[in-house]
Design a binder for this molecule. Structure first.
Ligand SMILES: *Cc1c(COP(=O)(O)O)cnc(C)c1O
Length: 387
């Protein structure tokens, strides 16, 4: 079905931050399959893990013990400070699990019609519950009736959330991205997440963070919430967890960790041996390669580079980022920049209409980062002059 308007190019092969088209041309990937291939393409350790496990056992069902899944759960809970993990196959499914968990948490406390606070401009996925949670009319249009049980507030607005606490009964949780990805790399004020944590503590709400795009090292920490001193109740993760092998997880802590019991939720594929073994290799590679520090350092230098090349240029609204999650906001829609970059053999993305989004793999070299900054800055200046 034509659910995507695709660019006129096909890729056949990848290595690190490079992709080769079916015509044999090389491209520098500054998008990583939308924050999926954090370790780049065909990373040897990931390839080895996939091949090893494919030759041993791909799938056996969650009806049986899966030691690799348990090992992955132990690794993820260690890195996130969470206690339990539910495995699925995508970001939407991870959020779907979080939404179900929050509703069940409410029912366990005799709240018959539990509601979850979500934000404007957010993105949580394309299933019915997650598109209802999503703060973008274009994602929802034509799929009504939407689900009940969501209350929307502006992003980065603690006062609005407090107000809901005073006026709306039945709230059980807050679901929010620590940095909005699809929404245009929107970074909230420093005290936003801490404020949500405090409010959730006061109200006995679950603080649920959608780290599907920000998680697994992209922002320079394993999870973006770790830039603050707080522990959420639920973290969802997917995208780069399997470096391209589909896997997602809903991680939970404290009271949230015990909510889902046998029979209350499930997934046929979720956390199968192939996906679990691959994700374990991803984690081990990130740890051994010191890629968190690398993402933080490279992100800072890329940001500096873009700022020195673009600051002051007419048409640039903002240049922002955390780690290797960067956004350059223009004062006008700029979807053309994607094709212009493609012609220069660089893969970038434009989101929220006016924001050039860069999500390069954590494995890029200084030279590759420099090339991205130079080429993309020149293209932006060229575009601003011509439009
Ligand atoms: C991509 C994304 C999702 C949806 O993930 P899928 O794997 O496409 O279902 C959810 N939340 C955020 C923040 C995302 O970036």
């Amino acid at each position: 079905m034509s659910t995507y308007s695709r660019l006129p190019i096909e890729f056949e092969r990848g290595e690190g931050a490079y992709l080769w088209s079916s015509l044999g041309e090389r491209y520098l990937d500054a998008l990583s399959g939308i924050a999926v291939c954090g370790l780049g393409h065909a990373h040897p350790a990931v390839t080895r893990a996939i091949c090893e496990q494919a030759g041993k056992l791909v799938h056996c069902s969650n009806l049986y013990g899966i030691p690799l899944q348990e090992k992955l759960a132990a690794a993820l809970t260690r890195l996130s400070g969470m206690e339990r993990s539910f495995f699925c196959n995508s970001g939407a499914e991870a959020n779907e699990a979080a939404i179900k968990l929050a509703r069940r948490y409410g029912h366990d406390r005799d709240i018959d019609a539990p509601s979850i606070i979500v934000t404007e401009n957010s993105f949580h996925g394309r299933t019915m519950a997650t598109l209802t949670a999503t703060g973008n009319r274009r994602v929802q249009a034509g799929f009504e009736p939407l689900l009940p049980g969501f209350v929307r507030v502006p992003y980065n607005d603690l006062a609005a959330m407090r107000k809901v606490a005073e006026t709306t009964p039945g709230i059980v949780a807050v679901l929010v991205e620590p940095i909005q990805g699809e929404g245009g790399i929107q970074i909230p004020d420093r005290d936003y997440l801490t404020g949500i944590r405090r409010l959730c503590d006061e109200q006995q709400w679950l603080m649920m963070l959608d780290e599907v795009q920000t998680g697994m090292g992209r922002t320079g920490r394993w999870f973006a919430c770790q830039h603050e001193a707080l522990i959420p109740d639920v973290i969802t993760v997917a995208k780069s967890l399997g470096n391209g092998i589909p896997i997602g997880a809903c991680l939970a802590h404290g009271a949230a960790a015990g909510v889902l019991q046998p029979g209350s939720h499930g997934s046929t594929f979720g956390g199968n041996p192939l996906a679990s073994h691959t994700a374990l290799a991803v984690i081990e590679t990130i740890e051994q390669g010191n890629y968190l520090q690398r993402a933080a350092e490279l992100g800072t230098s890329l940001l500096d580079d873009f700022r020195s090349r673009l600051s002051g240029a007419r048409g640039i609204v903002d240049i922002r980022g955390q780690g290797l999650m960067l956004g350059i906001e223009l004062d006008r829609p700029c979807p053309e920049l994607v094709s212009m970059a493609l012609e220069k053999n660089i893969l970038i993305n434009v989101t929220a209409g006016k924001v050039v989004r860069l999500l390069p793999p954590l494995v890029i070299s200084d030279e590759q980062a420099g090339e991205i900054a130079l080429t993309v800055s020149d293209l932006i200046l060229e575009f601003l002059q011509a439009s």
